[in-house]
Design a protein around this ligand. Structure first.
Ligand code: ATP
Length: 930
């Protein structure tokens, strides 16, 4: 089809074929015969007419062979379009003179013609419309054919009818075809001339080549090129069909009786032939010209219209026709031919189903396009089962190296082994070692699991297939397993290679013991397929499967067994040193004149709990802040603003507090700050502000983690100090205002959770002893029933209350002692809206306890470095002092420490990694952000 469409006779032809095939070949237009009809046919049609011979409609019929009046052109040797002797192609009359037989257009005619051509162009593809335009220009230049002129005139005089519309359509498309054909011929005749004039001398190979090329081009001149595009084709087909239905809204056949047939047509000699269809219907073919002259308004005069009548049996019908013709005295040589035809109604069926077929075709085509556009494995609906994994080529796409991954040395070491498996498998194989099949990288979000996998691919220099677990799951059953098969099949073709399945928990969750309603069947069969595929590797196939997840604890045991994901690599949030290294990697990308060593240390101190992704974001945010200020390089203040923004959210200066609210917030914050300053194990203040931030926090404070860094354990003293500090806000309100506000609810939440954990998990209550009671949701047993008796519940309540009361007493005692200091700090805060550690040192003198750990290096000494320096932190009111560290299983130590999540105690700690620890970290950071 494409070839046909590209063929020279191009558009006009295709437009004709297309349009006529779908519509106009069947139109009702009274189409003049393109070949002269044998004159006797005309004469014969009169011969049996009921009117006297030689007379029709009262007029004499010219028997000499001349055509009846008004139909002369039907019998001329010329095309109905030509209107005169044919013009040799390419030969035009001089100037703007019309061709012989044509006349120049009047202004009115030109306008009418424009309208007609515009109508015809509607719905046509652009390329076809162009040729219609050319035809229009040509008509304007060479004059209008007589037939077109008459039709236009008829339309304007008598109005548009379907037959006239069809005729206009036919004439215009025919003209377009002629225009294109003559242009093509002209181009062909031009070509030899050019070739002749070209210098054929020796050494002109180039020219010869050129000539050849040109000739080739001329065989398919531009104008005749149709860009065959399925969407164009479908569209034009659809438009043509609609036009057809529009133009031919009525029937194209009608049932009549034998009597009607006989009286109206047979007796008058109008019948050309009869076709017996399927032995039970007869289609009557009439001499249309004669019918048109006799019954101008009859639909039978229109092309494609037929009368039918039904017959009982063919024999009876033949007998009847025989009798009728005998009666009419028709000589046997001129008897009406009868043909027999077996016909399925395929055409009508196709026509009836046309729109549906087109619609389905369009959907199919669009779905194919959508699928290939989405980069899917091609094949539309049928490509569903193809894997969506993206393949990266190590030479071009993966530039990440291990040096870009900072602060996870153990994980790197572990995974580097995979690189050497892929690079030099021989070393291992010759000792009989099996190459591990895969590794699970687990850890909190943003800790660099994907980055590490990419670095592995970058270092090993092998293809890397990256896919997300959720991409296996579709709404269609069976797609998941088939994508897994396809992925592994692709991988096997590209060995050695690495497959990385991110977020594998989307498909790798532990299979349920019994599934209700089968909702998880698809996921489970996908998982089963992965298990099978991983078993299916033979050890010589160097395909390594890495998988990333935040929830290693929920993965199916079968995934983790040796022989599948052999290695389990935990990636923890970075420690102080790790954060320094990550800052080092990311700081290289921006311009800063700060002392790098000091900057890294300071930023790492300010960002406990930050993951690699947070650090990358922080550095980028700092660069954005600097760019907003239009400065040449990023300095420490920009970084601190970025950290504030990440932890506390945007400052909400638009939220204006009333003076009394502002005072309450200031005293509340000052309460926390004084506690942090004077309790040895609480977190000293870094920065406090009473500018509302983020969602609902009316103040914001940041504290340095008291433990001096990445604390893994917390003792009881630290906990009591923290709880007392967390209550500092409310106690301060009680001491300085006649009433208290709702701003401390989050503080109470933290304190209660921490005290509860002390009692139920950490064995810090003598009354309850060394027991561990899981929280609801922590284990399936604790989900629906409490794991302790009513009596124990009461005892727990009593102990929690006692601990909180103790913390309250401790806090109240301090704040009463330091009442003056508190007022000093609160008033200063009210005045300046923001206080830093330097302000605290100025107002209260140096903190009575030395800063632990590395912090003193970056913030130590009165005044510390830099002014605005350090952090900020949790605001009161809206949500109390910002969190700090969460306890292992949830309770977080209260206290200030905004950004600073210190590490939880308990947990059997030792800094080892465990899923619970992740949760604690996660929780700490989540809260810090809240
Ligand atoms: N150790 C690191 N060193 C350098 N950059 C890091 C590190 N960890 C994370 N990043 C930065 O954080 C971005 C996100 O990390 P990545 O996508 O690897 O996290 P992830 O652990 O896979 O997260 P998720 O579990 O949400 O998929 C990286 O593109 C990188 O810029």
């Amino acid at each position: 089809m494409a070839t046909i469409m590209r063929r020279p006779q191009n558009i006009a032809k295709s437009s004709k074929q297309l349009l006529e095939a779908y519509s106009l070949s069947q139109t009702l237009a009274r189409r003049p015969a393109s070949l002269p009809r044998p004159l006797y046919a005309y004469a014969r049609s009169r011969h049996y007419a009921t009117q006297p011979e030689g007379e029709q409609d009262g007029k004499k019929v010219d028997k000499t062979g001349a055509a009846p009046k008004g139909m002369e052109h039907l019998y001329s040797q010329q095309s109905p379009m030509s209107g005169g002797p044919p013009q040799p192609p390419g030969q035009k009359p001089d100037g703007d003179e019309p061709l012989p037989g044509r006349s120049k257009l009047t202004k009115q005619e030109e306008k009418a013609l424009d309208d007609v051509f515009t109508l015809v162009k509607k719905g046509m593809p652009a390329s076809m419309a162009e040729d219609i335009d050319k035809a229009l220009v040509r008509v304007k230049r060479e004059g209008m054919p007589q037939e077109l002129r008459e039709t236009i005139k008829e339309c304007s005089d008598e109005g548009m009818s379907p037959a006239r519309a069809a005729k206009l359509w036919r004439l215009t498309t025919q003209m377009a075809r002629q225009t294109v054909e003559s242009e093509q011929k002209a181009a062909e005749t031009e070509q030899p001339k050019q070739q002749n004039t070209a210098d054929p001398g020796p050494g002109t190979k180039e020219k010869g080549k050129d000539g050849k090329k040109k000739k080739k081009e001329s065989e398919f001149p531009d104008v005749t090129m149709i860009k065959f595009d399925l969407s164009n084709f479908l569209l034009s087909g659809f438009v043509a069909y609609l036009l057809y239905r529009l133009v031919v809204p009525t029937e194209n056949s009608r049932e009549i009786t034998w009597q009607e047939f006989r009286n109206t047509f047979l007796d008058k000699g109008l019948v050309e032939k009869m076709v017996v269809i399927n032995g039970n219907r007869v289609r009557v073919h009439l001499h249309r010209d004669s019918v048109a002259s006799m019954y101008p308004d009859s639909p039978a005069a229109q092309q494609g219209f037929y009368y039918y009548f039904s017959i009982g049996s063919v024999e009876a019908f033949e007998r009847r026709v025989e009798d009728a013709q005998n009666l009419l005295d028709i000589p046997s040589s001129e008897r009406i031919p009868i043909m027999y035809h077996e016909e399925g109604s395929w055409f009508n069926t196709v026509l009836a189903f046309g729109p549906t077929l087109l619609f389905i075709g369009a959907i199919f085509y669009l779905s194919r396009r959508a699928a290939s556009g989405a980069g899917g494995g091609g094949g539309g609906i049928f490509g569903m089962g193809k894997s969506r994994a993206k393949k990266f080529n190590h030479e071009t796409d993966i530039k990440v190296k291990f040096s870009d991954v900072a602060g996870m040395d153990e994980a790197k070491l572990e995974i580097m082994e995979f690189v050497s498996f892929l690079k030099e498998p021989g070393i291992y194989q010759k000792l009989g070692a099996k190459i591990p099949r895969g590794a699970i990288l687990s850890g909190p979000p943003g800790t660099g699991k994907t980055l590490l996998a990419k670095a592995t691919a970058g270092e090993s220099g092998v293809p890397f297939f990256s896919v997300s677990g959720s991409e296996f799951v579709e709404m269609f059953v069976g797609v998941g397993p088939s994508r897994v098969r396809d992925l592994f099949a692709n991988a096997r073709k590209n060995t050695p290679c690495i497959i990385f399945i991110d977020e594998i928990d989307a498909i790798g969750k532990a299979r349920a013991k019994q599934s209700f309603g089968g909702g998880n069947d698809e996921r489970e069969s996908t998982l089963n397929q992965i298990l099978t595929e991983m078993d299916g590797f033979n050890t010589a196939e160097q395909v390594v499967v890495l998988a990333g997840t935040n929830r290693a604890d929920v993965l199916d045991k079968a995934l983790m067994r040796p022989g599948r994901f052999d290695r389990h690599i935990s990636i923890d949030p970075p420690t102080m040193e790790g954060r320094k290294q990550i800052f080092d990697v990311h700081l290289k990308k921006i311009i800063t004149n700060e002392d790098m060593e000091h900057l890294k240390g300071r930023l790492a101190s300010l960002t406990p709990g930050f993951s690699g992704a947070d650090i990358a974001n922080c550095v980028n945010e700092a660069a954005l802040v600097a760019a907003r200020e239009n400065v040449e390089s990023v300095n420490v203040t920009h970084f601190e603003k970025a950290i504030e923004r990440i932890i506390g959210g945007l400052e909400k200066r638009s939220l204006v507090l009333s003076p009394s609210e502002k005072k309450t917030v200031a005293y509340h914050e000052a309460g926390h700050a004084i506690c942090g300053w004077y309790f040895q194990y609480a977190d000293p203040l870094l920065k406090v502000s009473i500018i509302p931030r983020g969602s609902g926090a009316l103040g914001y404070a940041q504290y340095l983690p008291a433990g001096g860094g990445d604390m893994v354990l917390m003792n009881m003293k630290q906990m009591m100090d923290r709880m007392a500090m967390t209550l500092g806000g409310r106690v301060s309100e009680e001491l300085h205002f006649p009433t208290v506000t709702s701003g401390a609810s989050d503080d109470f939440n933290k304190v209660t959770r921490m005290a509860t954990s002390m009692v139920t998990k950490w064995g810090m209550s003598e009354k309850i002893g060394y027991l561990y009671y899981p929280e609801a949701g922590e284990s399936s047993e604790a989900q629906f029933s409490k794991p302790f008796s009513e009596q124990t519940a009461q005892a727990i309540d009593g102990e929690v209350r006692r601990i909180v009361d103790e913390a309250y007493k401790q806090c109240k005692q301090l704040l009463q002692e330091k009442k003056d200091d508190l007022i000093l700090v609160a008033e200063e805060l009210l005045k300046k809206e923001m206080l830093t550690r330097d302000d605290m040192v100025r107002l209260l003198g140096p903190r009575p306890f030395a800063d632990a750990g590395e912090f003193s290096k970056y913030f130590g000494g009165p005044g510390g470095r830099g002014t605005g320096a350090t952090g900020e932190a949790g605001g009161p009111m809206g949500g109390a002092p910002k969190p700090t560290t969460p306890g292992p299983n949830g309770p977080d130590p209260g206290e200030g420490g905004g950004g600073g999540a210190t590490l939880p105690p308990g947990l059997g700690g030792q800094g080892t990694v465990s899923p619970t620890m992740y949760k604690a970290f996660e929780e700490a950071f989540r809260q810090a952000r809240r």
